[in-house]
Design a protein around this ligand. Sequence first.
Ligand SMILES: *[C@@H]1O[C@H](CO)[C@@H](O)[C@H](O)[C@H]1NC(C)=O
Ligand SMILES: *[C@@H]1O[C@H](CO)[C@@H](O)[C@H](O)[C@H]1NC(C)=O
Ligand SMILES: *[C@@H]1O[C@H](CO)[C@@H](O)[C@H](O)[C@H]1NC(C)=O
Ligand SMILES: *[C@@H]1O[C@H](CO)[C@@H](O)[C@H](O)[C@H]1NC(C)=O
Ligand SMILES: *[C@@H]1O[C@H](CO)[C@@H](O)[C@H](O)[C@H]1NC(C)=O
Ligand SMILES: *[C@@H]1O[C@H](CO)[C@@H](O)[C@H](O)[C@H]1NC(C)=O
Ligand SMILES: *[C@@H]1O[C@H](CO)[C@@H](O)[C@H](O)[C@H]1NC(C)=O
Ligand SMILES: *[C@@H]1O[C@H](CO)[C@@H](O)[C@H](O)[C@H]1NC(C)=O
Length: 487
Amino acid sequence: LGSAWVYEACGNSSTRQYPLPTSRTTRLVTKTMSTTHLVVLLGVLLLAGASSSQPTSGDQATLLAIKTQWGNPMQLASWDPISNADHCDWTGVVCGGDDGRAVIGISLPNLNITGKVPESVCDLPSLAHLDLSYNNLTSGFPGVPLYACFHLRFLDLSNNYFHGVLPDDISRLSPALEHLNLSGNHFQGMVPTAVAGLSALRSLVLDTNQFTGAYPAAEISKLTGLEQLTLASNPFTPAPAPLEFAKLTNLSYLWMSDMNMTGEIPKAYSSLVNLQLIAMTDNKLAGQIPAWIWQHPKLEFLYLLNNGLTGKLPRKVTSVNLIEIDVSSNNLTGEIPEDFGNLKNLSLLFMYANQLTATIPASIAMLPNLRDIRLFENKLSGEIPRELRKHSPLGILEVCNNNLSGPLPESLCANGKLYDLVVFDNSLSGELPENLGDCVLLNNIMLYNNCFSGEFPAKIWSLPKLTTVMIQNNGFTGTLPDKIVTD
Ligand SMILES: *[C@@H]1O[C@H](CO)[C@@H](O)[C@H](O)[C@H]1NC(C)=O
Ligand SMILES: *[C@@H]1O[C@H](CO)[C@@H](O)[C@H](O)[C@H]1NC(C)=O
Ligand SMILES: *[C@@H]1O[C@H](CO)[C@@H](O)[C@H](O)[C@H]1NC(C)=O
Ligand SMILES: *[C@@H]1O[C@H](CO)[C@@H](O)[C@H](O)[C@H]1NC(C)=O
Ligand SMILES: *[C@@H]1O[C@H](CO)[C@@H](O)[C@H](O)[C@H]1NC(C)=O
Ligand SMILES: *[C@@H]1O[C@H](CO)[C@@H](O)[C@H](O)[C@H]1NC(C)=O
Ligand SMILES: *[C@@H]1O[C@H](CO)[C@@H](O)[C@H](O)[C@H]1NC(C)=O
Ligand SMILES: *[C@@H]1O[C@H](CO)[C@@H](O)[C@H](O)[C@H]1NC(C)=O
């Protein structure tokens, strides 16, 4: 087996999905008319063409114009005053306002809509929320149709095919704009300094485009109401994380992965006391992980995978709300902090491909929410904590390529959740836990190049989900089954 293959098997961990940006906008709830009479009456009036001067029918006429501009797509079949007189019931239309009849939101994600942002959209005078994400819209930045939406607070154009540069007059978008999401398009060129003119912004979501050059850090740092900032996955000019962002003290979500960042993670970011997620994976960060990260009470998600971070982790860890830690593929040394045992909400612990030494702290085995541990390719020694799995819903244990010794923990299968057990290339010994054959979900078991002995539990061969068994280079005895039957 080539070493490339071994690496693959050990670390099928490279692609992970981050928790999606959490929206802090109150959900717009579709209000439906309670009085059937009024609906009927309105329908009659509309059919008679008698209400064209009323604001409600104005909005209905605008919706029909939008439908026409989009080429009457099937997806908007419900936008039809004859079969459905109440436009507030139409797909994706949200009404509100004083009389509950004004269109305040259009939410049409993931409908394969093609074409452009309709030129009539801002003829809806109360439009506050526009979500056209995950469609097939193409054009340059649709400034001209959208600048006339004076009450727009939420604009989501993410995951379409918009292209070109963002205009220098982008600050002509509504002064009320709180959420701007342009993620997952083909925008290019510099991020204009004019974004700083959108002073009500709480989310600025620019990730996954083709923005280049230097982003306007000083200007962005004036947006002190920002709670969410994403610049990830853009080919920016290599530069360190800007110190100015330390001013964005309302930030809870900071995603700066894969954007050519160099230098160190700023100590100054300790001011970002509201951070719940910090992601800076796939950059060229160097130096130590600053101490504040491990002492940040609100932090829940920490992703620093794939950088050149060095140094030891601190003994003191008081970020007690951490749920996921991924600091893999760096050059971290020293020990895994015993204090990780304080992280009662920790569900995922990835520290693979570093140079960590000493033992896996026993405290980790006590974590009640731990589902997934990947510590492979380090220099860990000593035993795998005996209690591991007994107190947590562990599904994945990957500790291959270390210098671990002693037996596998007896409790490994305590609640039957384990499905991936990868411990090859260590010095583990002793008999396998008797109950390993009761791990009904067990899918992948890689024990090779260790010193295990005794009978290989025959029950394992009939586990329904089993796909991989690699147990060579051990001292197992017993016989192989005549036949293997799995799902
Ligand atoms: C775009 O960003 C906004 C603001 O954070 C968020 O509410 C929305 O869910 C995002 N859209 C998608 C498709 O993730
Ligand atoms: C969008 O298009 C794809 C492929 O053309 C199709 O599979 C899917 O069902 C469409 N979705 C909608 C909502 O029309
Ligand atoms: C939308 O774009 C996707 C990806 O390019 C394509 O697969 C799909 O067919 C397109 N749908 C329509 C309705 O154009
Ligand atoms: C920061 O958040 C707090 C609490 O939500 C809010 O009161 C304050 O106005 C925000 N700061 C800015 C500059 O928007
Ligand atoms: C890093 O910057 C260089 C030079 O500006 C650019 O060519 C490259 O695409 C960038 N890489 C990434 C991963 O953004
Ligand atoms: C990390 O360690 C490896 C192996 O010791 C070494 O080749 C590499 O240069 C180191 N990288 C950094 C950024 O220190
Ligand atoms: C853990 O998660 C729970 C439920 O989400 C939450 O109530 C609690 O505050 C979190 N933090 C700690 C330290 O338990
Ligand atoms: C592996 O651990 C043993 C003790 O269990 C120790 O003697 C040996 O030096 C370690 N090997 C490496 C390569 O760290």
